[in-house]
Design a protein around this ligand. Sequence first.
Ligand SMILES: [Zn+2]
Length: 428
Amino acid sequence: MRNVHSFNFRYGCDRCKVRGDVMEHRMTFRDLLAEPRLDTDFDQPINSDDEEEYRTGNCILRDVGIGMVTQFPHDYMHLVCLGVARNIANMLHTGRHNGRLTGIVTSEICEHMADCALHIPMEFQRRCRTLFESSRWKATECRQFLLYSGPVVLSNTGVSRRQYENFLYFSVAIRCLCSKALIDTYIDFVQGALQYFVDTFGEIYGRQHVGYNVHSLYHLASDARRYGVLDNFSCFEYESFLGVLKEMTHKRKPSHIVQQVCRRLSEREFLVMSSYEYQDAKLHGVPLKQHIDGPTVAGVEEYQQYREMNWNGQLIALKESDNCFMLDGEICIIRNILKSSQHSKNVTVLYEVFSIQTDYFTLPLNPGPEFVGRPLHSGDIGIWMVHSLDQNEVKQSNIAIFESVIKCVLLPTSNEGVFVAMPMLHNI
Ligand SMILES: [Zn+2]
């Protein structure tokens, strides 16, 4: 579309003019300080006889004022999730390089991953399979490993401290780029963290693995500065919508696909509210799934007990994988939802708070040999290690607390009864 060489060409980087080197039959881009590529580099028309290092011809998009560098941001789903995150998962247990783990360590990690999969909230489309199946992971599984389960299952195993820290910088940087609450504060940290990640990645796994995807991470922060959080310009939304599009076509009549989709879409437009939206609006703030298992509160008038409630697209429920949330910086577990028999809008929420809440990890804010300044504590970005639920004190509050609740993923660590709580970054 842009009339440029492919990404594995010697001058394949679309953000800088780095010259690639071939190592072990792979094109590598290890220099992070090469001259940047600019939109104006596309201004000069080229003839068919010209030998260009990057362009193969003229592009009409430039003539209509489109920035040929700045307006083609990297897609985080392919670059980060299916690219680098899945590659790391593969390299942890296959191949011939320094970062490969032993069979025993890999099995321990896989066991822990299977345990964590049981604690994944219902908002995730699928649970992450173990490392043994990493070559077949879908993008959502890669994202789950990178942002949630990876930092937990790789800790305190046979993974070296340096290798774990390398992964942690990658994970924390992408978490900051995905979060509207964190991106502005930590964008400079992210730039340094990704540079450090790319530098140390080659030393840990081998320089021949610093290809286009790993190199391009260095340029990802500049895209985020321009366009905001990564989901603003990622393919996740389009990929998720493919399923919806598929549902719009007649399964036994695979002809005239475009016409079928067009008709279904226009039908939706004519409806005041689609049935899906109507269902969502109906469920918002309304307790669901009545039960009689308690706990309850003495002195409260007649009420019914419920198991779950949908709030702004997030499901808060009593079951183990969906019962954790953060309220005013404290990690809580919901225990019951009570609705008054007389006043249906009078809803009380019962919850317990973890009495021990500490940082899970600490990283220098300026990665590299010259550490300066205050370190980044995991609590700064909402990640806490928690244990010891305060079961003697069940707190109660009205439904209004959900306005400030952030749903968390609560994963078990290798220590019995100790968990890591991480704020969820999306409501899929
Ligand atoms: Zn580059």
